[in-house]
Design a protein around this ligand. Structure first.
Ligand code: B12
Length: 211
């Protein structure tokens, strides 16, 4: 396994240029782009979240770390996409209405692309109508909903209900995730699956499309 400590330090420091340089170096030394996400960026962002909760990091630190992560994704997304040989399926992904958290969702998007899925990322605070329009327009097999706030969990149910009302519920599998989400919540609202992290999101998506 490659040593991603330089990349992790750069993400923790919120140093975009150093993070991109460390990622480039790791790739030139033969590191796998997927490992770079799973064992470099992911643990670094988890640590940023922990430091924030512990009161050691504040919002500005958080945001510059997230920005450094985004810059690295610009570099590795095309590489991840190339790794997934045949398109496995199409996923419409977004953070539900009222919720602006996107770090976890972006990790999920990157790994899904690495797993061969085409991802239509609708961004943050996505209304049920926007989810429905994208699924209908792109003929996606899966819709992925992310929520990080207990106050936006109900928006997952609202979105699912809107799919039912639009007569689209049977045509799309719904997977949900985010820190406050649990399997039992997924069962309660009638989602097709819950993924605890980005890696399990890919396994779940594969299962949902029957791979
Ligand atoms: C970063 C962050 C922010 C950033 C967001 C920046 C960004 N661009 O995302 C900023 C500063 C903007 C922010 C704002 C707020 N935040 Co905030 N934030 C966090 C923090 C520290 C980290 C979240 C994170 O990125 N984690 C790292 C990622 C990698 O993990 P993740 O998101 O859980 O994603 C993984 C899995 O959940 C899963 N997953 C995620 N989505 C999906 C989707 C699918 C389909 C699947 C299968 C899997 C999956 O895979 C991901 C990768 O492994 C958390 C605390 C924490 N430690 O979780 C608080 C936290 C979520 N925030 C919180 C709060 C309260 C807020 C604010 C209301 C604060 C305020 N008073 O203004 C606002 C809300 C703004 C809004 N309307 O959304 C609370 C929520 C409490 C609650 N119970 O609801 C938390 C828990 C902090 C706390 N302990 O109080 N926040």
């Amino acid at each position: 396994m490659h040593d991603f400590s330089k990349l992790q330090e750069a993400v923790l420091a919120g140093n975009s240029a150093a993070a991109v340089a460390a990622a480039r170096q790791a790739l030139s030394e033969g590191a796998d782009p997927l490992d770079l996400v799973l064992h470099g960026i992911s643990p670094a962002m988890a640590e940023v979240g922990r430091l924030f909760e512990a009161g050691d990091y504040f919002v500005p630190e958080l945001l510059i770390s997230a920005r450094a992560t985004k810059e690295v994704f610009v570099l590795i997304r095309p590489l991840l996409a190339k790794q997934g040989a045949q398109p496995t399926g199409r996923v419409v992904l977004g953070t539900v209405q009222g919720d602006l958290h996107d770090i976890g969702k972006n990790l999920v998007a990157a790994l899904l692309e690495g797993g061969g899925f085409e991802v239509i990322d609708l961004g943050v605070s996505v209304s049920p109508e926007k989810f429905i329009a994208a699924v209908a327009d792109k003929k996606a097999q899966i819709v992925g909903l992310s929520a990080l706030l207990t106050t936006t969990l109900p928006a997952m149910k609202t979105t699912l209900d809107a799919f039912r009302s639009a007569g689209l519920r049977d045509r799309v599998k719904v997977m949900i995730g985010g820190a406050p989400v649990t399997q039992s919540f997924a069962d309660t609202i009638g989602a097709d699956g819950y993924g605890e992290n980005a890696a399990s999101a890919v396994q779940l998506a594969r299962r949902l499309v029957g791979v």
